[in-house]
Design a protein around this ligand. Structure first.
Ligand code: ADP
Ligand code: MG
Length: 734
C-alpha cells in the first residue's frame, strides 16, 4: 500500500528512482506528487519558439514537418535533420547515424534537449523524443493540456508523468493518498479552497487554465500557511524568553567612538542609532533588521550599538560573510578605537576593550589566544566569519549579535549564534539588498525593519553603462582607456570575472568552507553549451600585457589563502595596486573609497542583486564612480534588457523587484532549479502578497487558540516536516 513516505524505488524501479533522487531530488511519493509541471503544452499554442534561448534546457511539443537523411560530407555516417514546428515557429533537430523510425512527417511529439544555435536557427542535437501515439497515449492526448515537467538528463518529462500515473491512479486514488490535509477545513471554507487531493490531481491533470489557477491557489496556501505558522511559533517562543538589558552609559566606549568618528553622522544614522540604543537598553531581546543602501554607513551604526553593549559589561559579535570582509571590519574598528581597542597591550587603554578577529584560517596558536579572549570576556568586540558559529567558541557574556549582509546567512546560522548567549542576546541584522514588503513579511517575519535611506553627503554617485562587446567591440577598448584615465588621475579600479581560471573545479574559499562570495553564480550552473565564463587569471594576464600594461594589476580570488587575500586587499587599500582583478569575493562590503571604476566581465552571468552589490564597491568616497557591464549578450535579448535595467537605475528597491522577477523567470524555464525540497514551490513573494498576508493572519489565529496546533495534527505534521535546513535554504534564496 502506497503512502506519501513510500520511497520511489518501490514505485518506479531502482534505476529510475536513483536518477530521480540524484538529478531532481525526488525521493519519496510525497516529493513526486509535489513535483509540479513547469507549464502545460497545448496543441496549437505551444512553445513560443522565439522565447527560447541558447543554453536553455527545455521540452517542446511540435509536429514533424520535414525529415531529411543524408550522408555526412567529412565523416562517415549519416546525418538526419528533422524540422518540427507548431504554429509559426520551428526548430531543427539533428541526429547523427540514427534514424528515429517513428519520427515521420505529421507525427506529433515532445522533444527535450538543450537549445543550441546553428546558422541562426535554433536546434537540438540528439534530443530525447517522445512521439505521441494517438492510440496508446489517448488519455494524455485527449486532455487539452499536456503537463511538461521539470526534467533532467535521464529523467524526461514523460517518465515523470508515467510515474505520477502509478502513484496517483485516478481521482479516487488521489483522495486516498492525500486524505490528510494540512489546511484546516475552516480555513479552506473561509478562503474558498479545494481539498489537497483535488488540487494535486488537478495540477497534474488540468483540463483548462482555470483548473490550474484554482489548484495553484490552494497549493500556495499550503506553502504560505506552513511557513507562517513556523515563523509565528518562532516569534512566540522568542517573546517568552527574557534577555538582558544593556542600557547606555555615559563616558564609556560608546562616547569614545562618537568622539573618534572622522565625520558627522547622517540624520538617518542618528535616528536609527537612537532606536537601537533604546531597544538594547530593554530586557526584551531586540530583533531588528537594518536595511540600508550600499554605502549608507551601516557599519558605524552597528559599532555604536556594540560599544553600548560593551559599556554595559557585555560582548558583541559581528558576523561577516567572508574572511575579506571580517578582516576589513576588524581592521576598521581597531583603527577607529585606537588604544581603546587594545586593552591589555602596552599601548592600550585599560578602560577600553579588545577587538578580536576569529576566522577559520587562524593558526592554532592564534586561534587559541582568540578563543581565550572571547571566553574570558576581555574581547568586547568579536569579529568573525562562520567560524564564530562553530563548537568550542564560548562567550563570557554575549549581549549583541550583529549579522552583516544578511542575505548570505540563513536563519539557522543566525539562531546558532544567538544560542551562544546564556540568555538570548539582542540581534541586529544588516542588509544592503532592499527587501520588498512581502519578503520582509515572510522571510523576515520575525524581524522588525529599520531603514537607512540617506547616503552620507558628498558622494559622487555611480553611472553605469552596458558594453555590448558583440555589437560594439570598440567600446571595450574605450572601457580600458577609461580605467587608464582614472588611474592616471590617482584613482583605482576593479575588474570582476565570474571564474578564477586554471581549472576551476574548486572555486571555493579557505578553511571556512566554500566562500559564498566566489566562483560562478548559481544561476549559471549549467552552461554546458556556452563558452566557459571569463576567468580572473586569464583576464588579469591579458590586461597586464595588453590594454593596461604598465599599471599595477593584482588578482584576488577564493583560492588564495586568507593571508594572501588579506595582504592583497591591504595593498589595494593602500594604493600599492591600481587595478584589482577579482571574483565576487569583493562583492560584499569591501570598502576602498579611492576606487572609482568597476568593469564587470561577462556581466550577464551575474544576478541582479550581485551586480548591484558589486557596483556598490565604487564611488564610496567623494569621486564619482563608473560601472561598466561587459557582456556578449545581444542588447535586444532578455539578458541584454536586464543588464540595461540594472544600468539604468541605482534604486535598490526597483532592482530587488527586478531580481525577484528574473528569478521567477528562471524557475519557469530552468529544469535544474525545480528539485529543491524547500517546501516552497509555487508561492511568489512578488505576486502573492495578499495571500501571504491572509495566511499570516490565519497562522496567528491558529496558534492563538487554547489548543494551538494540537487541534490540527496534519498542519502540525507539515510544519514539523518542513525541514529546518530546507526552510533556511529557501529563505536564503529569497
Ligand atoms: P555599508 O552601509 O554599505 O556597509 P559602510 O558602513 O561600509 O557602508 O560605509 C561606507 C563608507 O562611508 C565608509 O567608508 C564609511 O566610513 C563612510 N561613512 C559612514 N558614515 C558616514 C557619514 N556619516 N559621513 C561620511 N562618511 C560616512
Ligand atoms: Mg557594509
Amino acid at each position: 500500500m502506497l503512502d506519501l513516505g513510500t520511497p520511489l524505488a518501490k514505485v518506479v524501479g531502482t534505476r529510475t528512482a536513483k536518477a530521480m533522487a540524484e538529478e531532481l531530488s525526488l525521493h519519496t511519493v510525497r516529493d513526486l506528487v509535489r513535483h509540479y509541471p513547469s507549464r502545460y503544452a497545448r496543441r496549437g499554442e505551444m512553445t513560443r519558439f522565439t522565447d527560447l534561448e541558447v543554453g536553455d534546457r527545455v521540452t517542446v511539443l511540435g509536429q514533424v514537418r520535414k525529415v531529411d537523411t543524408r550522408p555526412m560530407r567529412n565523416r562517415r555516417g549519416s546525418l538526419t535533420e528533422v524540422t518540427v514546428g507548431d504554429g509559426d515557429g520551428s526548430m531543427r533537430l539533428v541526429f547523427f547515424n540514427h534514424r528515429h523510425a517513428r519520427l515521420a512527417v505529421g507525427a506529433w511529439g515532445l522533444f527535450a534537449g538543450t537549445v543550441s544555435s546553428w546558422h541562426g536557427q535554433l536546434q537540438f542535437s540528439h534530443p530525447d523524443c517522445q512521439v505521441l501515439d494517438e492510440a496508446t497515449d489517448a488519455e494524455e492526448w485527449a486532455t487539452a493540456m499536456l503537463p511538461i515537467y521539470p526534467a533532467s538528463k535521464s529523467v524526461s518529462s514523460w517518465v515523470v508523468q508515467k510515474s505520477l500515473k502509478l502513484v496517483l491512479g485516478d481521482p479516487a486514488g488521489a483522495e486516498q493518498l492525500l486524505a490528510a490535509d494540512p489546511v484546516p477545513a475552516e480555513v479552506r471554507a473561509r478562503h474558498g479552497l479545494m481539498s489537497l487531493a483535488r488540487a494535486i490531481w488537478l495540477k497534474h491533470h488540468p483540463e483548462t487554465p482555470e483548473d490550474v489557477e484554482q489548484a495553484d491557489e490552494r497549493l500556495k496556501w499550503d506553502e504560505a500557511l506552513v511557513l507562517q505558522v513556523t515563523l509565528a511559533a518562532r516569534r512566540r517562543a522568542a517573546a517568552l524568553e527574557p534577555g538582558i538589558a544593556r542600557p547606555r552609559r555615559a563616558g564609556g566606549l560608546a562616547d569614545a567612538v562618537d568622539a573618534a568618528l572622522p565625520f558627522a553622522l547622517t540624520d538617518g544614522q542618528r535616528e536609527v542609532g537612537e532606536a537601537l540604543a533604546a531597544e538594547i537598553g530593554r530586557e526584551q531581546p531586540m530583533h531588528r533588521l537594518l536595511q540600508g543602501e550600499v554605502g549608507s554607513g551601516k557599519t558605524v551604526v552597528a559599532l555604536r550599538a556594540m560599544a553600548q553593549v560593551v559599556d554595559a559589561g557585555g560582548q558583541a559579535a559581528l558576523l561577516a560573510p567572508t574572511e575579506v570582509l571580517a578582516a576589513q571590519h576588524a581592521r576598521g574598528i581597531g583603527a577607529l578605537l585606537g588604544p581603546l581597542g587594545r586593552a591589555g597591550e602596552i599601548d592600550g587603554d585599560p578602560d577600553g576593550t579588545r577587538v578580536t578577529l576569529l576566522t577559520g584560517s587562524l593558526r592554532a596558536a592564534a586561534r587559541r589566544a582568540a578563543l581565550a579572549e572571547v571566553a574570558d570576556g576581555s574581547a568586547g568586540i568579536v569579529v568573525g566569519t562562520h567560524a564564530l558559529l562553530s563548537e568550542g567558541v564560548e562567550f563570557a557574556d554575549l549581549g549583541l549579535v550583529v549579522v552583516d549582509e544578511q542575505h548570505r546567512f540563513g536563519v539557522e546560522q543566525r539562531d546558532r549564534l544567538r544560542a551562544k548567549g546564556a540568555r538570548p542576546p539582542h540581534v541586529l541584522v544588516m542588509t544592503a539588498t532592499p527587501i520588498p514588503r512581502t519578503v520582509a513579511m515572510t522571510v523576515y517575519g520575525d524581524l522588525e525593519t529599520l531603514t537607512l535611506r540617506q547616503l552620507p553627503a558628498g558622494r559622487g554617485g555611480v553611472s553605469s553603462s552596458v558594453v555590448p562587446v558583440a555589437e560594439k567591440p570598440a567600446w571595450l577598448d574605450r572601457a580600458w582607456a577609461r580605467v587608464r584615465e582614472e588611474v592616471a588621475a590617482g584613482r583605482q579600479a576593479y575588474v570582476v570575472c565570474p571564474r578564477i581560471g586554471d581549472d576551476d573545479k574548486d572555486a571555493t574559499g579557505g578553511p571556512d568552507g566554500p566562500d559564498p562570495g566566489d566562483g560562478a553564480p548559481p544561476e549559471t550552473a549549467q552552461t554546458s553549451d556556452r563558452r566557459p565564463p571569463l576567468a580572473v587569471l586569464d583576464v588579469a594576464e591579458a590586461l597586464a600585457s595588453g590594454p593596461l600594461s604598465g599599471l599595477r594589476v593584482e588578482v584576488l580570488h577564493g583560492r588564495l589563502t586568507p593571508e594572501e587575500k588579506d595582504a592583497r586587499m591591504r595593498a589595494f587599500a593602500t594604493r600599492e595596486v591600481d587595478v584589482l582583478v577579482a571574483t565576487t569575493v569583493i562583492e560584499v562590503g569591501v570598502d576602498v573609497p579611492n576606487a572609482t571604476v568597476m568593469v564587470v566581465m561577462d556581466a550577464d552571468r551575474f544576478g541582479v542583486s550581485q551586480l548591484h552589490q558589486l557596483r556598490g564597491r565604487v564611488a564610496r568616497g567623494r569621486h564619482p564612480g563608473l560601472c561598466l557591464l561587459v557582456s556578449e549578450a545581444p542588447t535586444s535579448s532578455s539578458t541584454g534588457t536586464r543588464l540595461a535595467q540594472v544600468a539604468s537605475t541605482t534604486d535598490g528597491f526597483e532592482l530587488a523587484r527586478l531580481d525577484l522577477e528574473t528569478r521567477r523567470e528562471g524557475d519557469v524555464l530552468g529544469a535544474a532549479q525545480s528539485g529543491r525540497r524547500s517546501g516552497v514551490k509555487l508561492l511568489s513573494l512578488l505576486h502573492d502578497e495578499e495571500l501571504i498576508a491572509a495566511a499570516r493572519t490565519e497562522a496567528a489565529a491558529l496558534l492563538g487558540t487554547d489548543q494551538g496546533l494540537a487541534a490540527h495534527p496534519e498542519l502540525a505534521a507539515a510544519v514539523a516536516a518542513l525541514d529546518a535546513g530546507d526552510a533556511a535554504d529557501w529563505l536564503e534564496r529569497a
